[in-house]
Design a protein around this ligand. Structure first.
Ligand SMILES: Cc1cn([C@H]2C[C@H](O)[C@@H](COP(=O)(O)OP(=O)(O)O[C@H]3O[C@@H](C)C(=O)[C@@H](O)[C@H]3O)O2)c(=O)[nH]c1=O
Length: 204
């Protein structure tokens, strides 16, 4: 596996290392040793999947409060989506910034979403299937969401949403209390960006 910096502290893009032969290829999607050596979470408790029928379907921006905050590893296994994360850890040097990348069945790239990040995506094709590992059980009472169009974060989505759930259409504007960012205070330490990559969004 190849772990790439995203410009947001602790978040990674993960590319597969494929071993090809006359049949096709073999690759690991998850390896406890490789994730552990890269300093990433290795304890996952659910593998989720979703199907979005229409291009332009937006799901997000979701996360759970402490102690149910979860790491996610997201892959697109059918079609293509634009995956987006926002760093909500107030001590992080990239607090309030967003990062987005296209994940597709073709590129097989995965996005590693650390604890204390909101996550969402918009589909770029019809019939998109996402598959993702999560490190904490679903806890609806701990669930929070950012508005996809919150001006505080100013995410530059690649297209306008045409389909969104009632829940995702009604998240409140960013409010540090409601959105529980104090609970993420212990999640990020000091080091600055290691690769100088550009990141987006509003600082606190
Ligand atoms: C996330 C989840 C939902 N559900 C239920 C709740 C509801 O009845 C139905 C659909 O839930 P949602 O509308 O929240 O599904 P969805 O909008 O696809 O939620 C997902 O969005 C992406 C962006 C994420 O990051 C995921 O963590 C997750 O929050 O499935 C579970 O039973 N277990 C779960 O783990």
């Amino acid at each position: 596996m190849i772990f790439r910096e995203t410009g947001l502290k602790d978040a990674r893009l993960i590319d597969l290392t494929t071993r090809g032969d006359e049949r096709g290829f073999f690759a690991r999607l998850f390896c406890e040793n490789e994730f552990g050596s890269a300093g990433l979470e290795t304890d996952f408790v659910q593998i989720n999947t979703s199907l979005s029928a229409k291009a332009g379907t937006l799901r997000g921006m979701h996360y759970q409060l402490m102690p149910s905050a979860e790491v996610k590893v997201v892959r697109c296994i059918r079609g293509a989506l634009w995956d987006c994360i926002v760093d909500l850890r107030p001590h992080s040097p990239t607090f309030g910034k967003w990062f987005g990348a296209t994940l597709s069945a073709e590129n097989r790239t995965m996005l590693y979403v650390p604890r204390g990040f909101a996550h969402g995506f918009i589909t770029l094709t019809d019939d998109v299937e996402a598959l993702y590992l999560v490190s904490a059980f679903y806890a609806p009472e701990q669930e929070r969401g950012l508005r996809w169009d919150d001006p505080f974060f100013a995410i530059e989505w690649p297209c306008q949403p045409v389909e969104i759930s009632a829940k995702d259409g009604s998240w409140p504007s960013f409010d540090p209390d409601y959105h529980g960012v104090e609970g993420f205070r212990s999640l990020a330490g000091a080091p600055a960006l290691s690769n100088g990559a550009s990141v987006h969004g509003a600082p606190a």
